[in-house]
Design a protein around this ligand. Structure first.
Ligand SMILES: C[S@@+](CC[C@H](N)C(=O)[O-])C[C@H]1O[C@@H](n2cnc3c(N)ncnc32)[C@H](O)[C@@H]1O
Length: 266
């Protein structure tokens, strides 16, 4: 059977079928799709990948890697799949002045911190997460991308060494911010496969964001900047919470207010 015959008979969107065939063949998608025929044993692997996808497993977990800014991170069910809006947060801060000390809090796969270590090669980069599984994934993603970072396991700022207090020039976070009551309504692909600890942010989704707002000022250097991803309906509260740090809100590519940004006064 040709690649086109095989993928066109697959009950999945075409681009997903083609990506899974490419994965089964161990080739880039275009190369895979221009092969004359798919050998029987490859077709069997392909069908098993299709079965996983049809059972709801996210394509990114099946493929195992996600491009993110200048890096590619490995992902598995221990960590959230990096989202395009988080890549936009990276693009915003990558345009700021080069920082000496960077903290990526709630790092998950390490996508933000690893990409920032590439964008700012002279910076001292620290990643934190309270999931030891996520810390393991973040460490191996830094190695995979050839950057040196320090990964700290623990609860928000408690994970960081005390000597970083008042010295952080750039703080980024994509914390959990889904309201507990909204978890049940999430896309089953997200709800049933991605880590709940990466999603659930308490009764109104803002438990972690509130704690970040309360403590961040003590960790930023004078003039230090921050950018934190928030839910699409949380901008007004976030502005208020981060007001002492001159909070503003930046939009994603769809015009939604998704990032609270600001700077500690000099
Ligand atoms: C929304 S995920 C973001 C992961 C990654 N930064 C990204 O953008 O793909 C949130 C992460 O925060 C971590 N987390 C949740 N509560 C935490 C806490 N109290 N302290 C530190 N990390 C926490 C979770 O383990 C998860 O990896």
């Amino acid at each position: 059977m040709t690649p086109a015959e095989l993928t066109s008979k697959t009950p999945l969107p075409r681009y997903e079928a083609e990506r899974l065939l490419a994965l089964a063949m161990g080739l880039p998608r275009l190369k895979a799709m221009t092969r004359r025929a798919v050998p029987g044993h490859v077709a069997a692997v392909y069908r098993s990948l299709v079965a996983r996808r049809r059972a709801g497993e996210p394509l990114q977990y099946i493929e195992g890697v996600v491009p993110f800014g200048p890096v590619e991170v490995a992902v598995d069910p221990r960590v959230l799949i990096p989202r395009p809006e988080t890549e936009q947060l990276f693009a915003i801060v990558a345009g700021w002045d080069p920082p000496d000390v960077i903290v990526d809090c709630c790092t998950g796969s390490g996508c933000l911190g690893t990409a920032l270590a590439v964008a700012f090669p002279d910076a001292d980069v620290h990643l934190t997460d309270n999931s030891s599984d996520a810390c393991d994934v973040a460490r191996s993603n830094a190695i995979r991308n050839g950057v040196e970072v320090t990964v700290w396991h623990g609860d928000l700022f408690e994970a960081l060494p005390d000597e970083l207090r008042g010295r952080v020039d750039l703080f980024v976070a994509n914390p959990p911010y889904v309201a507990d009551g909204d978890i049940a309504d999430l896309d089953p692909q997200v709800r049933d496969h991605e880590p709940r600890v990466a999603l659930a942010g308490g009764a109104d989704g803002l438990d972690i964001v509130r704690r970040l707002a309360a403590e961040l000022g003590g960790w930023l250097a004078p003039g230090g900047r921050f950018a934190i991803e928030i839910g699409f309906d949380q901008a007004a509260v976030a502005r208020h919470l981060f007001a002492p740090l001159g909070a503003d809100v930046a939009q994603d590519a769809y015009g939604h207010e998704r990032f609270v940004v600001g700077r500690r006064p000099e």
